[in-house]
Design a protein around this ligand. Structure first.
Ligand code: 4AD
Ligand code: MG
Length: 477
């Protein structure tokens, strides 16, 4: 007999005589009521034990975390709170869980404690919900692009280039760390390394994706990326997943349209497919907000915030306009910002991004046309000679969720920019070839997947939306 998922039992429209259900005990009350969960839904099925006819030995082993197999009948529930419950006929303990030792007891645990138990935290309601939403969002991403004829490209994880030119890379080497071979100049001889050259984990699949866009038209990548930036914040991971569409013949406006439409689509998809989980997370956030002083509470609940993003256009604002707004803001004049905006050209910190989104515009914002000096080398230079066709999408509570641009398609301009940042253009010969042969206007962006999951689930720390987070000083599991 095949077992039925808890979700299907709960959705049943009629009683069923014989059911088999398997799952893990969440709670066991009054020696009678088992709340059983199998991960198919946030909701538990109540299984009612006939305790008078069950050996005391068995009852003792029904503890939080234990794995059970239960045969019985699905009957209308006597109690409030559920339509159906399982009347237990046969109960088998598949795996015991010592209540003295099992860390996930049915009480409130701190997120910090749960991070230390990342292999077990998924057995809690919050993490079960977050990980199901994460899974649905990944599928939505593929669905969005596949429906529109984009080709999914798997770009390499080990690369020989620094796509962002920021030098925040994890090196990949098979040379002995303490005793590497040296060349004539006394430096590490990478000719003897595994790939015969210096290599690193990719920081972005963009450069390779661009070469594919220049043949397949519309492509996207969706894979892990790695950054050795020592940012111990609630928004940064050393290993995160990025979605990077790249489209031939799109200019920056088309790029913005695509990003906005894409984000709205995947959020809508999650709202439709994850109703129970999102309702639960909405309530979780509301409870958390209640603990805060009134002036720090967010104005909208989670579901309200998601609806807001669907119903409102993102505000499109140039960097120059944004700097004016920030310069004239009270926070700047009263020196409330940690970094005071003095002049045009300043890099925006997350406090500035959040001011624009949360205080000034009260809506998602797309900032565009940034100073060339603070952006990557591959962005298209504007006619003013000092700004580039960059765009960042800023979200409430998150800050930057998307970074993208129209790419510099002119060979000579690109060569100059590469020279300016001190990279030998020979290293990027293949990238420059796309500008040598059939170059064309093209654009793309990168969406930080975990930042999207943060936004949709209302979680506040990025370590809580990826199964096993990698951050400075932490690679457990
Ligand atoms: O702005 P970034 O660095 O842009 C790129 O990598 C481009 N190559 C993308 C492209 O145009 N194809 O990163 C893109 C997004 C950011 O907006 C942010 O959401 C996320 O990736 N991101 C991170 N997420 C988690 N942890 C980190 N350390 C992140 N760094 C960037
Ligand atoms: Mg960026």
């Amino acid at each position: 007999m095949k077992h039925t998922k808890v979700k299907d039992l709960l959705n049943s429209t009629k009683p069923v005589d014989d059911v088999l259900v398997k799952g893990w005990v969440r709670t066991f009350r009054n020696n009678q009521f088992i709340a059983l969960n199998d991960g198919s839904t946030i909701n538990n099925i109540q299984c009612v034990v006939d305790f008078e006819n069950t050996p005391a030995e068995t009852l003792k082993r029904i503890t939080t975390g234990a794995a059970l197999s239960i045969k019985g009948s699905l009957v209308p529930s006597q109690g409030a709170g559920q339509k159906y419950e399982v009347k237990v006929a046969e109960l088998e303990i598949l795996g015991d869980s010592d209540p003295e030792k099992f860390p996930m007891q049915p009480k409130k645990h701190s997120f910090e404690f749960l991070r230390e138990n990342a292999h077990l935290r998924v057995r809690t309601n919050v993490f079960g919900a977050v990980m199901r939403v994460r899974s649905v969002l990944s599928f939505a991403i593929h669905q969005y692009f596949q429906e529109r004829g984009f080709v999914y490209v798997n770009t390499p994880i080990i690369t020989g280039s620094d796509a962002e030119g920021a030098g925040e890379m994890f090196q990949v080497t098979s040379l002995p760390v303490g005793n590497p071979p040296l060349n004539e100049e006394g430096k590490v001889d990478y000719r003897e390394d595994f790939f015969g050259k210096e290599t690193n984990l990719t920081v972005s699949g963009q450069l390779e994706a661009e070469t594919y866009a220049m043949a397949l038209g519309q492509v996207y990548t969706f894979g892990p990326t790695f950054r050795a930036e020592n940012s111990n914040t609630s928004r940064h991971l050393a290993e995160f997943w990025m979605v990077e569409p790249e489209v031939a013949f799109n200019d920056l406006d088309a790029n913005m349209d695509l990003a906005e439409d894409f984000i709205q689509y995947v959020i809508k998809y999650a709202l439709e497919r994850c109703e129970d989980d999102l309702k639960f997370l909405d309530q979780r956030l509301a409870d958390e907000e209640k603990q805060k002083p009134a002036n720090e509470r967010s104005e909208m609940g989670l579901l309200e915030k998601l609806q807001f993003v669907l119903q409102n256009n993102f505000k499109r604002v140039s960097y120059t306009e944004a700097i004016d707004i920030l310069k004239n803001s009270k926070s700047n004049k009263n020196r409330k910002f940690n970094y005071i905006i003095e002049e045009w050209g300043a890099d925006l910190q997350s406090e500035h991004e959040r001011y624009l989104v949360e205080k000034h515009f009260k809506s998602p914002v797309i900032l565009f046309d940034y100073p060339a000096k603070i952006k990557a080398f591959y962005m298209r230079l504007n006619d003013d000679g000092k700004t580039v066709r960059a765009m960042d999408i800023l979200f409430p509570g998150i800050g930057e969720i998307v970074g993208g641009s129209q790419r510099e398609e002119r060979l000579d301009v690109l060569q100059q920019k590469i020279a300016d940042i001190g990279i030998d253009e020979k290293e990027l010969w293949w990238y420059l070839d796309t500008r040598r042969f059939g170059t064309a206007v093209h654009s793309g962006f990168g969406l930080g997947f975990e930042r999207l999951v943060l936004f949709v689930t209302g979680m506040t720390n990025i370590r809580d939306v990826i199964p096993f987070p990698r951050t400075p000083q932490n690679a457990e599991f």
